[in-house]
Write a protein that binds this ligand. Structure first.
Ligand SMILES: [Zn+2]
Length: 338
């Protein structure tokens, strides 16, 4: 009996080992969480960080493993410029609960390593300037996050589609660039600005944007922040504001950005693809970042923003476009007999 039981036990162990090996080898790796994903899930809606909070209070949820379980994938297959700035790292953001990024307002998620930079551009799409920004980024084989204004997306949808086609991340920046922290704005108006902005971007792109949002003028209205939290939208402040909209020329923008980066050592840079001087500054600015040893990180979203149908439909109606344009053909036409 003892021998038989021992044999059975050995067989069972062997079976488990074989099953385990099969499971390991058969499990599709694609389902695994990328090693550099930032899990911001289960966080409460981001609140403005208290000024002067000590650094050791920072709750780091974006842990980056020392030894990734999966070898990092090449970010881009082909780049004609051998000395390009490129993209050193792509991070995927879980926007559940509305995490905040950018130390000017949100200090909870400190995920950038020293010399890592995220490029962000607001207020487009706009003729000439946005295409010039796209060209400068393409020449350096690098990527950025764009926060277009909804109205501008309806004026120039083809330019926004160029931004998407180049592989940049696209979020939203309200419908009309309203200050969502103004006492004059109601909670309903703030919601309308947010939702209509996203619906306009989706209408221009033909696909849903990332659940990434930047408040106009970095005016973080508490009610709007709480609303974005319920919509699982990540909020973007910045670490280095270029103040490019005030700059008298391209040189001033480059100087402002490089001075701030050299002081901070890393961070999210805020610029405007809407601004002529920014488009002019970008080629030289990207070279300066490369020469300074900075590396570009691209932030992507784990999921897309789910627009609300009533806003999609209202926008189409406002623009006097055919209402069927937002519905896929298979939801309109069904073969019932053949
Ligand atoms: Zn703006």
């Amino acid at each position: 009996m003892r021998n038989a039981a021992g044999l059975m036990l050995a067989s069972l162990v062997a079976a488990f080992v074989i099953a385990g090996v099969w499971f390991w080898t058969a499990t599709p790796r694609g389902n695994l969480t990328p090693p550099q994903a930032i899990s911001a899930a289960k966080l409460p809606p981001a609140a403005p960080a208290k000024a002067g909070a000590p650094r050791d209070d920072i709750e780091v949820t974006g842990a980056i493993p020392e030894k990734p379980a999966i070898a990092p994938q090449p970010v881009k297959a082909a780049c004609a410029n051998p000395d390009a700035l490129g993209v050193s790292r792509v991070v995927e953001i879980d926007t559940t609960g509305g995490p905040g990024f950018g130390f000017e307002h949100f200090k909870q998620l400190d995920f950038l390593a020293d010399k890592e930079v995220v490029l962000t551009f607001d207020d487009g799409p706009w003729p000439a300037n946005t295409p010039a920004v796209l060209k400068a980024l393409a020449d350096e084989c690098t990527k950025a996050v764009f926060f277009p204004i909804g109205k501008h997306a309806t004026y120039h949808p083809e330019i926004l589609r160029q931004v998407a086609a180049a592989g940049h991340t696209i979020g939203a920046h309200t419908w009309s660039h309203a200050n969502l922290n103004s006492k004059k704005i109601t909670e309903q108006q703030a919601k309308d600005e947010i939702e209509k902005g996203y619906s306009a971007v989706k209408l221009a792109l033909g696909t849903a944007p990332a659940p990434f949002f930047r408040f106009p003028e970095l005016q973080h209205g508490p009610a709007a922040m709480a609303y974005l939290g319920t919509r699982n939208v990540a909020m973007f402040s910045c670490d280095a504001d270029s103040f490019d909209f005030k700059a008298k020329d391209a040189a001033q923008i480059i100087n402002t950005v490089m001075t701030k980066m050299d002081k901070l050592g890393k961070g999210i840079i805020l610029m405007h693809d809407f601004q002529k001087h920014t488009a002019e500054a970008l080629p030289a600015l990207l070279r300066r970042l490369k020469a300074g040893g900075y590396k570009i990180v691209l932030m992507k979203a784990k999921t897309t923003f789910q627009t609300l149908p009533e806003y999609d439909e209202a926008l189409v109606k406002d623009m006097k476009l055919p209402a069927t344009s937002l519905r896929p053909v298979n939801s309109v036409v069904q073969t019932v007999s053949q």
